[in-house]
Structures are given as C-alpha cells and as structure tokens.
Design a protein around this ligand. Structure first.
Ligand code: ATP
Length: 954
C-alpha cells in the first residue's frame, strides 16, 4: 500500500470546548475566569489572549452542538477518501474530555463525538453500499503508566460478571507491546481488532471498552484521569464492479483509513505526576517539540523523549493524519492555572504541521486527485454561497446570547433584591401581627362597649317607661277600687235618699193639698238632684271601670316591659362576661407577647452581639485575606520581575554570555535560585489561597443552602456574611488568576530551560569548576544555617514538651485539690448540721491537705517568659505582705471554715500555678475564679510543711 501526500501540509486544528460551571463548582462559589469574545474564536484569561480555530461553549462561544459538523464531519468524510484522522481531547481532569469525546458511552447515551462519528459512518456506508464494499474494524486501548491495555480483550469478564462480582479485572493477556518495525513504523502487537458490520455492534464495542475502563478506574482509584483511551476505527473500502463483484484483482481503488478518537489523561501539572503519567509527559514533549517546529527549522535543537510511546502519540498528532485537538477547559477560577496551561499547549499545538496522506493504489491516484479537486471546488463554491448568510446568523446568535446574558444578570440582581425584600417583610410581619392583634382587640372591645352601652340605654328607657307605667300599680288599683266603692256607696246612699223621698211623697196624701204640693215640689226637686247625682255616680263609676280596664292593659304592657328588661339585663350580663373574657384573653396574650418580646429583645441583644462578632470576624478575615493577597501579589510581582529580567537579559545578547566571567555566572546562579524559591513561594501562596478560598466557598454554600436557613444565625447576619464572603471570594479569585498566570509562565520557562539545557552557557571546564565551587560554598552555608535552625527547633520542642507536661500536672493537681475541697466542704456541712463539736475531728483530718506548702516544688523552667518568673522584687505590688503562709492544718477550725467562704459571700481557694501558690477569689455566683493575690513561698516553707496525707500522682 502506498501513501500519497496531499499537496499542502495542514496544521493541527484546535477547537476549545469551554465547560460551564458544574454544580460542585457553583456550590463552591466559583467565578468565571475565562472570557470568550463573542463571534470570534478568541479566549481571554487574565492578561492572556489566545486565538484558535474554534471556540465552543460558554455563553459567547459557538454552540457545542455545531462542533461535530464543523470539526469532525470533514474528518469522517476524509476517511472515505482514505485519509487518516485523529481527534484528541486534551485538558485537565474534569474539564470534560470524556464528555466531549463520548467515550464514557454507557446505557445507549449518544452524547459526544464518538457516538456521532459512528452514526455518521454508518449513514454514509448505507448510502454508498451499492457502489463500495466496506469493512470496519475497531480497537480500543488504554495507555496507563507506559503500559498499553486492551479494552476489548475478549478474555476479560463481561459486563454483568464485573458488575456482580465487583472484582478488579485482571486480563488474561499481558499488556500490549509497542513495536517498531524495520521501516520505523510504530505498531501495537496483539491489540484486539473487532470486525463490525452494524451500528449496534460498534456501539457495543464502545460500551464494552468504556465499561472496562470505568471498572478499572473505580477499582484502581480513578485511573481514567491518569490514562489515555484511544478508540480506533479502521475503514476499508473496495469499489464494487458492474457485475457486483469487488475489484480484487486490480486493487484499483482500495482505500484503508483509520480514525483515532483519543481521550487523553488529565493534563494537570504533568511534571509532578511523571511517575504515574509518563504517557502524558511524552505527549507534552511531543506538543512542545512539534509546536516549536519553527524554532527547530531555525536550527534550534529540540530534544524530546524519543520513546516508542512518544512516537505512537506523535504519529497521532504530527503524523500523516488530519488532526483536530479539542482542548477542554473549565470556566472555574479555581482551575485558572491549569486552564492557562491547557490554552498554552493548545496554542502551541496549532503550530504542528501534519502531512495527511491517502492510503491507496498509485494507479488510480491521478484520477482520484482530479475527482477530489472537483469535489473541493464544488464544496468551495457551496461554502462561498452560504457564507454571508451564516455570518449574519452567527452575528445574530452572538447578539442574542449577549442579550440573554444581560437579562440573566438582571434577573439575578432582581432575585437578590427580592430575597432582601422578602426578609424585610418577614421582619415586619411580626410587628404587623402584634399591631393587628391589638387593633382587633380594641375593635372588639369597642363593639362590645357599644353593645353594652346600647343595652344600658334600652334598659334605662324600659325602666323609665316602667316607672311611667307602673309606679305602685297595686296601690293605684286599690285607690281606684276604693274610689269605685265610695262611688257605689254614695250612689247607694243617694238611691236610699231618693227611695225615702218617694215614700214620703206617697205618705203626703194624708196632708193638705197645698202642703202636699209644696212638699211634693221640694221632694221632686230633691229627687231630680238625686237622680242627677245617681247619673253622675253611674258615669263616674263607668269611668272608673274604664280606667280599671286601661289599667289592666297597662299591667300587661308593664309585664312585657319587665320581661324585656329581664332579657336586656341577661344580655348585659352575658356581654359583660364576654368583655371580661376577651380582656382576660388579651391580657394573657399581651403577657405572653411581652415575654416573647423580652426574649426577642434578649435575642436581639444576642444578635447584636453576634452581628458585632461577625463584623469583627468579617473584618479580621478580610484583613487576613488582604494581607495574604498582598503577600501573594508581592511574591507574584517579584516573580514577574525576575522572569522578565531573565527574559530581557537572555534577549539582550548571547554575546554577554560568551564573555561570562565568574561573577556573572554567580549572579546568574543566584538569579536562577531566586526564581526557584520565588516560584515555590508563589505556589505555596497559591495553594494556601486555594484552601482559604475553598473554605470560604464551602461556608458560602452552607449559608446559601435553603435547608440551613433555619439555623441560629439571623437573617441580617447571614446576608452580611454572604456579601462579605462573596467579596472575599472575588478578591481571592483575582489573586489566584494572577498567581496562576505567573506560575504558568514560570513552568513554561522551566520546561524550555529543561529542553534547551540550563547549563549551555557554561563554556569551559574552568567556568564549571568555579560555579561548582561557588555552589558548594553556598550549599555549605545553607546547610550550616539549616543545622542551627534544626537545633533551635529541637530546643523549642523540648521546652514545649516540658510546658505541656507541667500543664498536665497542674491540671491533675487542680482536679485533685478541687475534689478534696469538695469532700471537705461536704464533711464540714454535715458536721455542722449534726454537732458543732465534731468539727475538731474533721480538723484533724485536714492536716496538710489544703495547705499550699505541702505540694512539691515544680521544676523551674530554663527559659520561661512571663510574669511568674520575674524576680520577687517586681512582684511586690502583687504580694500582700501582711499575709502569712500557714499550713491549713494549723489553722483553728473556725477560721478554716471561714476560709472557703468569707463573711460577705465571697469564696476563695488556693491555686498552684507556675510553681507559685495563689489565692483566688470569686463571688459565690460568679463563674470564673479570679486571681487576686500572689502568695510567696520558699523552699523553707516547703521543708517546714507537714508531709501530705496522700501523695499526688502525676
Ligand atoms: N460541556 C459540558 N457541559 C456540561 N457538563 C459537562 C461538560 N463537560 C463536562 N461536563 C461534566 O463535567 C464532569 C467532568 O467531565 P468529564 O468526566 O468528561 O471530564 P474529564 O476531563 O474526562 O475528566 P477525567 O480526566 O477525570 O477523565 C462530568 O460530570 C460531566 O458530565
């Protein structure tokens, strides 16, 4: 098989895939550290700016969905023309390589490049199967620690076995050998090549391989980030002749092309992981070596590890294939350094020139070349036709995405505001509730008062009516009865008078006519007046009867009125009861509310205290962070200066190096060492800043977590803390990005020095010897200083040990003394309660126990700073000269009783501290003991003191 080079070399295409912040990073409060220029394949990080072939992801980059069409489809099409192709995913761990490549293919998930490639391949094969016969093979290998493993090894346990046993897969096969043929071609001996005819079969291979990789990774501590995975698809094609057979004899247009889909190991700081990741180092070397192609052409020597593995990877990158590198990066500021490194590598990879070749029979070369040219021209034509429209659409998308981002930002701010307002509402809700309750109570009381007032008014009205009606109704009745009776009597008397007169008139017949007539007239007159009287009486009587009837009616009305009055009175009682009840309820509510308020006020005070405390913490942390950031900035600035000084001195002239003298070489060495130390310092600052940042982010996540909102911290305090943390995170973020930038520069410089040779400027053996002597001297000095420091540290450790043991002893002793004191106090209390005379026995038991003199003297520290070890003279103001040290056992019992508790309720006790005895006082209710007096003691006191009844054990 011959290969035909295409007319032009083509560079490795580099597409950057920006991964959005994942949940974990959001929880950590990460910020974006990368910006993508809208509509341009440009990426900015810190002060660095890079241009690539494509940039996908982020809000302003091209949508990731177009990556396949723009970058991979041309490679797939190239396969059918016989061009090898390679797609590499490069980037730090977790930056999305597996996601992008889709080599983590599981459960039929079709995200990523590999599944899409498989789909596109089979679609194309389907459309061409009547003209061309195809054969497809796949292999899937993993490169780990310079060993190549076969992920499609048929002897490995199947998926269900692995899942059920959970055991580490140990393949029956040894790792695959990397071989170099006599013509220098690197091959893998014995990797499994599976022949596939359907989409399902190829998918199964990908799934099996991914599963083997994942299983190994789970069982062997996340190896996926340490290993490269290469999924290779080999496409063989042979045209079908008119009679339906393949053109075997002529082999005219037999083509064979390979597509390597490479998911590289995590790129982070390859140097540090050299022992585990030589493969990546090799790749790094390949990239830098090939990336320095121009320099190589200019005559600079570009050494790189010429291992077979390097060559294998080099074949993928700088060989005869069309190569697309997807450089995966994370937006998160915590990954700034690695992101910058990835971008630098990726930028360098763009310089790699490949020579894609078609693997086919030379006979058909010319014909196909022409066909290809035609196709190319056609494609060109098509592309030109649509390019304006595409450009317009792209611009529109960019504009829409920018607008969207703007709106998202506004929404975020609005939500923030809403959050604050919501909290204010909650605060005022309590107040509102209270006011509403009081208002409701007042309203109810008012209504009930009005009701009562109305009842009273009605009652009064009824009662006054009642008065009107009734007065004394019985008396009235009697009065009328009597009146009627009197009228009756009078009527009767008048009737009797009339009867008597009538009788007299009849009797008059015996008398003279004249006399009779006169008497008759008189009697007639009398009779008339009597008749008139009788009539009058009758009328009066009738009137009286009428009045009596009325009276009866009024009695009924009175009765009704009385009932009404009773009813109103009952209502009034009920209402009064209700008013009382309601007032009592309100009073109780008010009391509990006041209690609550008191509590709240207490809490408020606590909150206020907490707020102050938090403010202080915030302030302090901010200051610490500021100091740390300033230190970091200083170190970073210094590093920058050093690196720049070196660059300019290197640029200035190499001539100066030629005339190097001893002093210049020494200065150079000092500078190199300073750079090294400075890099170390910046890295140290970077790592400690990262830790601080992580801790702050964690706290922020906890504070923002809605489940934690019911915590003891108040809303305001939480908001303040969140704001402060966000502020500090942003400061920290900027500082990290600045440091990452310089570290990346330093690393690059270091790599270039390693490649070019650090010692190239030593021109003679004399130079070397001089420099070696200088180095020997300065190393000697440094070692001596180190030895001195070591001694100092040792001595300080000894002192610390002594202090710790003393502390332990004194704590034990304190406990012991306290226990004994307690026992004594109990005994004294019991004795006092039973009989005062029994105190004497107790006094005997107290011998020496509480005496400070009975405790052995502690060893005096050699170097012990502080007040305790100052000369006694200086302690005079503290010492009560009048107080004499008397062993407690020699004190009379009455005094002894008074010892523990003074008359005014003060308590006191002995306390041994730093080889001195002290008296401590406190009020009975006070928590801590206060040291208020220093008591002197001397060796003689100790000797004089009685032996202790029991010894302390330390
Ligand atoms: N473009 C993306 N959009 C959304 N999520 C992504 C994207 N890229 C990666 N992720 C998510 O980020 C996480 C890490 O991605 P992935 O495992 O692909 O990283 P990696 O670079 O392959 O890591 P490693 O080197 O450890 O294998 C995964 O949870 C993945 O789903």
């Amino acid at each position: 098989m011959e290969t035909t080079p295409v007319s032009e070399d083509c560079c490795v295409k580099v597409a950057v895939h920006v991964r959005p912040l994942i949940v974990d990073e959001k929880l950590q409060g990460c910020n974006d550290c990368v910006t993508v220029s809208p509509g341009k394949p440009q990426v900015q990080i810190g002060t660095h700016s890079f241009t690539f072939d494509h940039v996908y992801g982020s809000t302003t980059g091209s949508p990731a969905s177009s990556m396949f069409d723009e970058c991979i489809v041309p490679l797939v099409n190239g396969l059918f023309q016989g061009y090898n192709a390679t797609v590499l995913a490069y980037g730090q761990t977790g930056s999305g390589k597996t996601y992008t490549m889709g080599t983590g293919f599981e459960d039929g998930c079709h995200i990523g490049i590999t599944p899409q490639v498989m789909n596109a391949l089979f679609n194309k094969i389907d459309s061409l199967k009547h003209q061309i016969q195809f054969q497809l093979h796949v292999s899937f290998i993993e490169i780990l620690k310079e060993e190549v493993h076969d992920l499609l090894d048929p002897t490995s346990p199947n998926k269900s076995d692995t899942a059920s046993t959970g055991k580490v897969h140990v393949s029956g096969k040894p790792p695959i050998q990397i071989r170099e043929s006599s013509n220098g071609v690197i091959t893998l001996a014995g990797s499994t090549e599976v022949s596939v005819t359907t989409l399902k079969e190829i998918e199964a291979c990908l799934e099996q391989g991914s599963l083997s990789r994942a299983t190994g990774s789970t069982n062997m501590n996340n190896q996926s980030s340490l290993s490269h995975a290469i999924f290779t698809i080999t496409l063989e094609q042979m045209p079908i002749t008119g009679d339906g057979s393949t053109n075997d004899v002529m082999n005219e247009e037999y083509l064979c092309a390979k597509l390597h889909l490479v998911d590289l190991a995590g790129s982070e700081r390859a140097k540090r992981r050299v022992h585990i990741n030589k493969g990546l180092l090799a790749l790094g070397n390949v990239i830098s070596a090939l990336g320095d192609e121009k320099k190589r052409k200019e005559g600079n020597h570009v050494p790189y590890r010429d291992s077979k593995l390097t060559r294998l990877l080099q074949d993928s990158l700088g060989g005869n294939s069309r190569t697309v590198m997807i450089a995966c990066i994370s937006l998160a500021d915590i990954n700034a350094e690695e992101t910058l490194n990835t971008l630098k590598y990726a930028n360098r990879a763009r310089n790699i020139q490949n020579k894609p070749v078609v693997n086919r029979d030379p006979m058909s070369n010319e014909m196909l070349k022409m066909r290809q040219q035609l196709q190319y021209l056609q494609a060109e034509l098509c592309a030109r036709g649509g390019s304006d429209e595409v450009q317009v659409l792209k611009e529109r998308i960019a504009w829409l995405e920018a607008t969207n981002e703007d709106l998202c930002q506004k929404l975020h701010e609005y939500r923030k505001k809403c959050n604050i307002t919501e909290q204010c509402e909650i605060d005022s809700r309590n107040f509102d509730e209270e006011t509403a309750k009081e208002w409701e109570h007042k309203l109810l009381q008012n209504t009930m008062d009005k009701e009562l007032h109305e009842l009273n008014r009605r009652l009064e009205e009824k009662e006054s009516k009642m008065k009107l009606f009734g007065g004394d109704t019985v008396a009235l009745k009697q009065h009328f009865g009597k009146k009627i009776q009197e009228l009756e009597d009078e009527k009767r008397a008048v009737q009797q008078e009339r009867d008597r007169l009538l009788a007299e008139i009849e009797n008059l017949s015996a008398g003279s006519e004249g006399q009779k007539q006169r008497v008759q007239d008189i009697h007639a007159q009398k009779l008339m007046s009597l008749e008139a009287q009788i009539l009058d009486f009758k009328r009066k009587q009738e009137n009286q009867v009428q009045v009596l009837k009325l009276k009866h009616k009024s009695d009924e009305a009175t009765k009704r009125l009385q009932d009404e009055i009773q009813f109103i009175k009952a209502q009034k009682v009920q209402l009064q009861h209700r008013i009382k009840q309601e007032a009592e309820q309100f009073r109780q509510w008010k009391a509990s509310r006041e209690k609550e308020l008191l509590q709240l006020r207490k809490e408020g005070r606590r909150n206020e205290y907490e707020r102050h405390k938090l403010q202080a913490i915030n302030q302090r942390q901010k200051m610490v962070l500021q100091r740390k950031t300033e230190e970091a900035a200083m170190a970073t600035k210094r590093l920058k200066e050093l690196l720049e000084a070196r660059k300019s001195s290197a640029r200035d002239n190499t001539g100066m190096l030629l005339q190097t003298n001893e002093k210049a070489l020494q200065r150079w060495l000092e500078h190199e060492l300073e750079v090294m130390v400075n890099v170390h310092e910046v890295r140290f600052e970077y790592e400690s800043q990262s830790q601080v940042r992580a801790a702050m982010a964690e706290e922020l996540a906890v504070l923002k977590n809605r489940f934690a909102r019911a915590s003891s911290i108040t809303l305001n305090a939480r908001m303040t803390r969140i704001a402060s943390l966000e502020n500090m995170l942003s400061i920290s973020s900027d500082s990290l990005i600045a440091m990452a930038s310089q570290l990346s520069e330093a690393e690059e410089r270091e790599r270039s020095l390693t490649n070019r040779g650090r010692w190239n400027q030593l021109r003679s053996m004399g130079d070397a010897k001089n420099l070696l002597q200088y180095m020997f001297n300065s190393l000697g000095d440094t070692r001596c200083q180190l030895w001195e420091k070591d001694m100092e540290i040792k001595e300080m450790k000894e002192q610390l040990k002594e202090l710790v043991s003393l502390l332990r002893q004194s704590e034990l002793q304190r406990e012991d003394v306290e226990n004994e004191l307690k026992l004594r106090e109990q005994a004294v209390a019991i004795a006092l309660a039973t009989s005062p005379n029994s105190l004497e026995h107790i006094s005997d038991d107290m011998n020496g126990l509480l005496s400070p003199m009975s405790v052995p003297v502690r060893k005096q520290l050699k170097y012990c700073p502080g007040i305790v070890n100052v000369p006694v003279r200086e302690l005079v103001p503290f010492i009560d000269q009048t107080r004499k040290m008397v062993p407690l056992s020699q004190l009379p019992m009455k005094k002894l009783v008074a010892i523990g508790r003074t008359g005014n309720g003060k308590l006191w006790r002995w306390k041994r501290w730093h080889n001195k005895w002290h008296v401590q006082y406190k009020w009975k209710w006070q928590k801590p003991w206060r040291l208020s007096e220093w008591i002197r003691h001397s060796e003689e006191n100790i000797i004089k003191a009685k032996p202790r009844s029991r010894s302390f054990s330390y």
